[in-house]
Design a protein around this ligand. Sequence first.
Ligand code: AMP
Length: 415
Amino acid sequence: MRVLLVGGGGREHALALGLVGDPAVEGLVAAPGNPGIAEVASLREVNASDPAAVSALAVEVAADLVVVGPEAPLVAGVADAVRAKGIAVFGPGAEAARLEGSKTFAKDVMTAAGVPTARAYTCVDAAGVARALDEFGAPYVVKDDGLAAGKGVVVTDDRAVAERHAAECGRVVIEEYLAGPEVSLFVVTDGEAALPLLPAQDFKRVGDGDTGPNTGGMGAYTPLPWAPPGLVDDVMRDVVHPTLAEMRRRGTPFAGLLYVGLAITPAGPRVIEFNARFGDPETQVVLALLETPLAGLLHAAATGTLGAHPPLRWRDGAAVTVVVAAEGYPAGPRTGDAIFGADRAGIIHAGTRRDADGTLRSAGGRVLCGTATGPDLAAARDAAYRLVRGVELAGAHHRTDIAAAAVDGRITIPG
Ligand code: AMP
């Protein structure tokens, strides 16, 4: 199988490692890729969000499967364009990707499907915003309606901050605050059959102890020793299958990766958000434990044959990833700094580039992450932090508490 992987971040580096680990894969092309992916794939320049350019590249490299990593190309219709060329593609079409592309659309689908989620209002002016904030009270949850790379959400007790964010965004979704630990559940689906991957937890805030602004994600771990028994089965029954059925009913079946972001509240799991693609950095840990060949799995989802796919196999133990971010991230990351110590197994490249002389430099806010597995969460955590401590990058910062509460048994469901 020849595979074209679209994207160039940490998620795509993890996907690339999974794809080349599948004996069925004879060749991997990544576009645009990154210096980490370049170790296992040939790279091509492409505007990843240009459907015509990506589909032409898929034809040129004779891809048997195209895997689209990031959300922007999906929302732009890249999967539709590739499918129109008769090439199998892992990732939903533009209509179905609206589950991520519009928070209002996602809420509509959830309501129609009876999926448990926070009550919410879409607001377009200050009066509507004020009414919604009054009704729900603090903590206030204010979300940009469109794509914002995980940074369009403000959760705050400060009414003025909530109102300012709403005014900056224009069209916003204001919703009820959900209390409880968060879970990311990835589900591979062909639109009808659906296979859940291991649940993971990520860390959205920039600072230790969940302080500071939201980011794209500062670390992750899997599995979740504290998860209630039956969690995944419950979410498949109450969230995933009703959502997939509603998307089929609308004539826009969702095939690809359905990312279910949940809060585990005293009343049970509630959906915080849907995404239409693998999450970053949870992909790094989930794929580190997946033993089932990845390309075969994604190909089955892309070709409507997932129902005949064997059950997934997982490695024992746990996986942890810790993100190393550039100085100034998330507000204004500094790029162009030299990176040393990154050429080691387990270092996943996210925002890096290589100079002509071979020097590796930072090229984005989240620069790289250290991903490690171990017989248990504590061992995986120690190994991931050893990797991160071996990296030199001026001004870089990382959280020091990734997976710490889970290792210490400090995560509880309020009630
Ligand atoms: P989202 O982009 O919708 O995933 O939101 C980003 C982050 O904001 C989530 O991971 C949560 O930590 C937080 N968040 C979003 N919605 C809510 C909510 N209704 N209640 C509590 N926290 C939320």
